[in-house]
Design a protein around this ligand. Structure first.
Ligand code: PLP
Length: 364
C-alpha cells in the first residue's frame, strides 16, 4: 500500500524541539509567565486585537468569555445547530442556556434571519461560529447584535488566518475565541485564546482564569474565578507555530484551490462557496450525496487515505435532544459533508492521489 495520508496531523519540527530545549535549559517553571505573555502578544499582533489572553483550550475560552460577559442562569445564547459541540457545551459550562438555531448551507454559519427570529427577552448573546474560516455575514451579525443590544461572541476556533474585508475574524464582536488543539492550523496540543478590544472585559477574563485574584500572585479574590491558565511550555511551541502561520494560511488556500480544480469534473462533489481572499480553509470540506458518503470514506480508507465526516447536527445529539425548532440546513450539511486530507504539509502529489481516488469512486 502507498504512504498513509491522515485526514489531519499536527506539524512540529526542529524549531519547536529547539525552542522547548532552550526553554527547559533556561530553568523556566513551565507554568504561565513571560513566554505566555509573548505568545499572547503575537496573537494580538496577528489578529489586530488590543488584548489577548490564552487559556487551557477553546471550550474553556468560550465559557470564560460568557462568564466575563455576565451571562448566566436563564440567559440565552444563540448557537448554530451545526458546529463542533463545544460551542454549545461552553454555554452550559458557563451556566447559561444555549438556544440552537439553523445554519445557512451557503456558508455553514448561523442563518441571519433564523437567528433574528430566535431572539427573545432572555437572549443575551449570539455565538457566531466561523465554520472553516468562513464568515461572510459577520458584519450583518455585528449590526444585528448592536440593534438588539446583545453581545456578539465569535467562536473563531477554526478561523485563525481568516478574515472578512481584511479584518481578522474574532475581532468584530465583543470577544473572539480561538483553539490550538492538535488538528488546528497551529497547535499547542491543547490551548485556547480570547481576543478583545474591551479593556474591562479583558480584566474580567484575567481574573476568571486566575481564581478571581485581584492580580496575579496576590491571594485576594475579588470575583469568582477558576484555574484556566496556560503554560509557558506550550507557549514556546505556540510562538514557533505563530512564525509559520502566514505561510500555512497561504498554503491552505492553495490546497483548497487545487482540490477544487481536480474535482471540478466530478458532478457529485460540491464545494461550499469560499472566498479565498478572506478564508484560509483549515480543513478541505466537500459535500457529497449523503447515501454515498460512508462508502467513499471506506473506499479512501482502503487506500490509506483518511477522511472525516462532518459534525452531527447538535439537536440529534443526546444533550440537545429536547431542542425546539427545525434545522433542515444543519441536517443536510451534517449528513453530506466530508473532510478530506488537510494537513498543511501535504504535497501536490498527495492531493493528486486523493483526488484521483475520488474520481475513480464516482466515475467508475
Ligand atoms: C468551532 C469550534 N469551537 C470550539 C472548539 C473547541 O476547542 P477545543 O478543542 O480547543 O476545546 C472547536 C474545536 O475543534 C471548534 O471547532
Amino acid at each position: 500500500m502507498e504512504k498513509k495520508i491522515n485526514q489531519m496531523e499536527p506539524w512540529l519540527d526542529e524549531k519547536e524541539r529547539q525552542a522547548v530545549d532552550s526553554y527547559l535549559q533556561s530553568g523556566g517553571w513551565l507554568t504561565e509567565f513571560k513566554k505566555t505573555a509573548e505568545f499572547e502578544q503575537a496573537i494580538a499582533d496577528y489578529t489586530g486585537a488590543k488584548y489577548c489572553s490564552v487559556v487551557v483550550n477553546g471550550t474553556v475560552s468560550l465559557a470564560a468569555a460568557i462568564m466575563a460577559l455576565g451571562i448566566s442562569g436563564d440567559d440565552e445564547v444563540i448557537v448554530p445547530d451545526y458546529t463542533m459541540i463545544a460551542s454549545a457545551n461552553a454555554v452550559v459550562l458557563a451556566g447559561a442556556k444555549p438556544v440552537l438555531v439553523d445554519i445557512n448551507p451557503n456558508h455553514l454559519g448561523l442563518d441571519l434571519e433564523a437567528a433574528r427570529n430566535a431572539i427573545t427577552k432572555k437572549t443575551r448573546a449570539i455565538m457566531l461560529v466561523a465554520i472553516n474560516g468562513r464568515c461572510p455575514q459577520v458584519e450583518a451579525f455585528a449590526a444585528l447584535a448592536k440593534e438588539k443590544n446583545l453581545f456578539l461572541i465569535e467562536d473563531a476556533a477554526q478561523a485563525l488566518g481568516s478574515s472578512f474585508a481584511s479584518k481578522h475574524l474574532g475581532t468584530f464582536g465583543a470577544v473572539g475565541s480561538f483553539s490550538f488543539s492538535a488538528p488546528k492550523i497551529i497547535t499547542t496540543g491543547q490551548g485556547g485564546a480570547l481576543v478583545t478590544d474591551d479593556h474591562d472585559l479583558y480584566q474580567k477574563i484575567l481574573k476568571i482564569k486566575d481564581f478571581g485574584r485581584e492580580r496575579s500572585g496576590v491571594d485576594r479574590h475579588v470575583s469568582m474565578g477558576f484555574n484556566f491558565k496556560f503554560t509557558d511550555l506550550q507557549a514556546v511551541i505556540g510562538l514557533e507555530q505563530m512564525k509559520k502561520l502566514s505561510w500555512r494560511a497561504q498554503r491552505k488556500k492553495e490546497m483548497f484551490s487545487k482540490y477544487q480544480e481536480l474535482l471540478v469534473g466530478v458532478s457529485q462533489v460540491r464545494f461550499v462557496p469560499t472566498n479565498l481572499q478572506d478564508t484560509s480553509p483549515w480543513f478541505i470540506d466537500i459535500l457529497v450525496p449523503a447515501q454515498k458518503r460512508q462508502a467513499l470514506v471506506d473506499f479512501l480508507a482502503a487506500d490509506g487515505i483518511g477522511s472525516r465526516t462532518f459534525y452531527p447536527a447538535l439537536h440529534t445529539q443526546e444533550p440537545y435532544r429536547d431542542a425546539a425548532g427545525s434545522f433542515p440546513g444543519a441536517l443536510e450539511i451534517s449528513e453530506s459533508g466530508l473532510w478530506l486530507p488537510s494537513s498543511s504539509f501535504l504535497t501536490d502529489e498527495d492531493i493528486d492521489r486523493v483526488c484521483g481516488r475520488i474520481q475513480t469512486f464516482f466515475n467508475a
